[in-house]
Design a protein around this ligand. Structure first.
Ligand code: 3PG
Ligand code: MG
Length: 379
């Protein structure tokens, strides 16, 4: 399918041409010395090969992105100014338009807004893999109006992720974590069909534990998905944690930490306590399963890893994946951040720039933004 995505190789020289590039520069920022500063420029650096290619061919390059969720209104907190400052240190030749989501037309895929955006441009490139699952105006409209192409990251993301699912070298072990079971259940269903083993960790694993008849105390839980979890477990290749680390209900945890000593739980968590990470037995089982894999897909942390008391599970999984000689693909903001915090981002085969987008690509085998490119009348 990636083969069908229009590529920009066919354009040749772009001397005197204006190219609009949709990027996904939705990156974390924090105030440093009173100035909002990009704290992870991974998505900006990922766009540089495309910018360089276009600039070398003589194009004027204008980039556009969404940033946060300002809900169609101008909101200075979501101005792209910090992104512009970062981009200026990387490629000062590239101009960045103001946040696309300041306009109410963006998220409702308004045709007039999309047309105004691309007005005066000769070409459009979608290099925003992380936003290709959003049927928004800047993603959907330009390919219908000007010659358009998928950028090299988009091409590579699609080839890598779909290739992994089509013909994985086996054993194929998928590792899925994160807080909310409702966000990841469909993906676990797809992966349970394709992978030899699906490891489930993070907050969503407690709904699976309930489906097995175990007690979870005050851990995260979504009653509406117990039945689905139960039928996934019946497939026999979904591994869930057998023990946990956690705290008494009401104790504080998170990025600012807390002072309470973590507790250890077996396969049942008593009332009045909550699980926040997988325990040592689960770590051993998960690490062993990852050790057998020839192909690994990882999305989502095993616990509240931003609190150092509950990072052991995520770190062990990250290290096992990094140590694997198999093909390893990591997607999702949290897993990528975790990998980076352990200094392991160069020890995996592929780090996806997309969170939700990579999950939807696994789930549906396609994305609205890719479809728009394939259906462009200019192809
Ligand atoms: C992301 O960071 O997940 C992407 O940029 C998409 O952002 P959105 O979830 O706000 O659409
Ligand atoms: Mg998101």
């Amino acid at each position: 399918m990636a083969e069908q995505l229009p590529s920009l190789e066919r354009w040749g020289s772009l001397e005197g041409k204006r190219v609009l590039v949709r990027v996904d520069f939705n990156v974390p920022v924090a105030e440093i010395d009173g100035v909002l500063t990009v704290t992870d420029d991974f998505r900006l650096r990922a766009a540089l090969p495309l910018f360089d290619d276009l600039l070398e061919r003589g194009a004027t390059v204008v980039a556009c992105t969404h940033f946060g969720r300002p809900n169609g209104k101008v909101d200075e907190r979501y101005s792209v100014e910090p992104l512009r400052r970062c981009l200026a240190t990387l490629r000062p030749e590239v101009t960045l338009l103001e946040n696309l989501r300041f306009n109410p037309g963006e998220e409702v895929n308004d045709a007039a807004y999309g047309a105004a955006l691309v007005e005066g441009f000769d070409y459009y490139v979608n290099e925003a893999f992380g936003a290709a699952h959003r049927a928004h105006a800047s993603i959907m409209v330009p390919p219908s109006l000007v010659p358009s192409a998928a950028g090299p990251n988009v091409q590579r993301e699609v080839t890598t992720i779909l290739g992994l699912l089509d013909e994985p070298v086996r054993p194929f072990v998928a590792v899925v974590g994160g807080a909310k079971v409702k966000d990841k259940l469909a993906i676990i269903g797809v992966l349970a069909q394709k992978a030899d083993v699906v490891i489930v960790g993070g907050g969503m694993a407690y709904t699976f534990a309930v489906a097995e008849g175990r007690t979870i105390g005050g851990s995260l839980f979504d009653a509406s998905y117990v039945e689905e979890c139960r039928s996934l477990l019946e497939g026999g290749n979904v591994l869930i944690p057998l023990d946990a680390r956690g705290l008494l209900d009401g104790a504080s945890f998170g990025v600012d930490g807390g002072t309470e000593e973590p507790q250890s739980f077996g396969d049942n968590i008593p009332d009045g306590s909550m699980g926040l990470d997988i325990g040592p037995l689960s770590i051993e089982i998960f690490v062993n399963a990852i050790g057998t894999a020839a192909t690994i897909l990882w999305n989502g942390p095993m616990g509240v890893f931003e609190d150092p008391r509950f990072g052991a599970g995520t770190e062990a999984v990250a290290r096992a994946i990094a140590a694997s000689k198999g093909v390893s693909v990591v997607g999702g903001g949290d897993s990528v951040a975790a990998l980076g915090s352990y200094g392991l981002e160069n020890d995996v085969s592929f780090v996806s720039t997309g969170g939700g987008a990579s999950l939807e690509l696994v789930e549906f085998g396609d994305l609205p933004g890719l479809k728009a490119l394939r259906e462009s009348p200019w192809n």
